[in-house]
Ligand binder design. Structure first.
Ligand code: HEM
Length: 497
């Protein structure tokens, strides 16, 4: 009896090995694994990432090529570093490669289940994307809420004026974070969530958003070894639970209050999305709505304000370019101080637009995009991307590739006056917002906000570095996190021009 059992087991095992062998040889006939550094046992290539993963991966890709394979702990990771391969991933094989790998912190309060950013591209995801396209980011809605954002920019302007009169330095990243936060919160809820003078009011929301950025950006051992999930050894998910909990409670309170109103009063995004939620058989439920707001605030604030900070830093390092922007602004808007800058002016300001593109090329806020995941194995240019692999598209490396850009490390907006390259997902050499079905839905709002805030900061003010510092003293070092920040915040004194 034992012998029979052993023979049966051996027969099964041999069939198994045979199947694996056949499948394996079939795969290797047409395609092979992407090249990459040799992994160490257990930890794989984690140590290769260093403090600045986007930079380390860019260097590795110079050795191994534009498609690389790494083992990050137990996570198979494919890194893409050329526009041609990015197009294969985000356009040609978009359908199979649009799932997400979920960082453990995102599992806090089951965010990954309700969140549009993190759910797989299912029917539910499509419904949420459609609601965003029609009720949050449509050109008509953005046009109708323009006046709210303009008011927020005016408040930034008043704050700059106050600093200028006192001769005090302004932290550009911090101040513009408040402007962006309030632009979004007024577009969505018709209310402010942040304050410039933090001594007067508590900065509860700013602190929560910064806390979320910190947790989500910090390396977490669970993301490399998911079997440790139950333990949460760094306590990151527990802290995220707290941050998410505060925001979800706050959004829920707003929803409750609006539902109690008899008439629609605000005509903002919350009113529009509540209409969608109340439709018969709506698949947009209350948790979907609350987690969507969480997504939109987290994805939209720091990305936008850090772009403005990088743009200002580059312009201060290159005063002749700053002067060119100001001249263009004065020509188009005139020198009248009372003249307000409007979003409709953006199309008339080609040099300002070129400055924004050049900033995205050198400082994409999400340098590796949000990680994608393969639903199935797929062949990309002769290489096999296995099922369930994490896919990182290194847009930072592509922005600094000398085979694509002349003098890639130079800040030269002029290069964009000579071509039609834009950041809207069609030109794969410049995709700070991604491309294809997962492209950032907030692009239209981010683009309007960055241009209008930059124009307002540059139009009436010269900017001087404090403590006699010169442009050479501006530290352009990056710190890696959920968004790519300046390691040293830009502090500058506004001088009325
Ligand atoms: C996704 C960049 C502003 C909401 C993304 C992705 C990138 C990105 C790279 C991932 C694309 C991919 O997976 O391939 C940026 C940049 C911004 C910005 C550079 C500003 C400079 C905003 C704003 C909002 C927003 C203002 C909303 C208020 C989202 C959402 C997603 C997303 C909801 C997830 C889309 C999905 O997975 O289906 N963004 N973003 N973003 N962004 Fe943005």
């Amino acid at each position: 009896y034992l012998l029979l059992l052993l023979l049966a087991f051996l027969a099964c095992a041999s069939i198994h090995v045979l199947i694996i062998f056949i499948l394996g040889t079939k795969k290797s006939k047409s395609s092979k694994d992407p090249p990459g550094p040799n992994p160490f046992p257990i930890i794989g290539n984690i140590l290769e990432l260093g403090n600045q993963p986007h930079q380390s991966l860019a260097k590795l890709s110079q050795n191994y090529g534009p498609i690389m394979s790494l083992n990050l702990g137990s996570i198979k990771t494919i890194v893409i570093s050329s526009p041609k391969l990015a197009k294969e991933i985000l356009h040609k094989h978009d359908l199979i490669l649009s799932n997400r790998t979920i960082p453990d912190t995102i599992r806090a309060l089951d965010h990954h289940i309700f969140s549009m950013v993190w759910m797989p591209p299912t029917n539910q995801w499509r419904i949420l994307r459609r609601a965003c396209a029609n009720k949050v980011f449509s050109p008509q809605l953005l046009d109708s809420t323009q006046i709210l954002r303009q008011k927020k920019v005016q408040e930034l302007f008043d704050f700059v004026k106050e600093k200028s009169e006192k001769g005090e330095a302004l932290d550009i990243g911090e101040a513009t974070f408040i402007t962006v936060l309030n632009s979004i919160s007024n577009t969505f809820f018709s209310m402010d969530l942040g304050y410039y003078n933090s001594s007067n009011k508590p900065q509860e929301f700013k602190d929560i958003f910064f806390g979320i950025m910190k947790e989500a950006g910090r390396p977490n051992v669970v993301d490399f070894f998911p079997m440790l999930r139950m333990l949460d050894p760094q306590g990151a998910r527990a802290r995220m639970n707290k941050y998410f909990g505060k925001l979800i409670d706050f959004f829920d309170g707003l929803v409750e209050e609006r539902l109690r109103r008899e008439r629609k009063l605000s005509n903002d995004v919350l009113d529009s999305l509540l209409e969608v939620m109340m439709e018969d058989n709506s698949q947009v439920t209350r948790p979907h709505l609350l987690h969507l707001f969480l997504d939109l605030f987290v994805a939209g604030t720091d990305t936008t304000s850090s772009t403005i900070e990088w743009a200002m830093s580059e312009l201060l390092c290159n005063p002749e370019k700053l002067e060119k922007v100001r001249k263009e602004l004065q020509q188009v808007i005139g020198k009248d101080e009372q003249q307000q800058f409007e979003e409709s002016h953006i199309t008339k300001l080609p040099y300002l637009r070129a400055v924004v593109k050049e900033t995205f090329r050198l400082h994409p806020p999400i340098p590796l995009l949000v990680p994608h995941k393969s639903e199935d194995s797929v062949e990309i240019c002769g290489f096999m991307v296995p099922k369930d692999a994490q896919i990182l598209v290194n847009v930072w490396a592509m922005g600094r590739d000398s085979s694509i850009w002349r003098n890639p490390n130079e800040f030269s907006p002029e290069r964009f006056l000579e071509n039609d390259v834009d950041f809207k997902g069609q030109d794969f050499e410049l995709i700070p917002f991604g491309a294809g079905r997962r492209i950032c839905p907030g692009l239209p709002l981010a683009s309007r906000t960055i241009h209008i805030v930059l124009a307002s900061l540059l139009y009436n003010y010269d900017w001087k570095l404090p403590n006699g510092k010169k442009k050479e003293d501006i530290d352009m070092t990056e710190t890696y996190g959920i968004t790519l920040h300046k390691a040293q915040p830009l502090q500058v004194i506004p001088i009325h021009a």
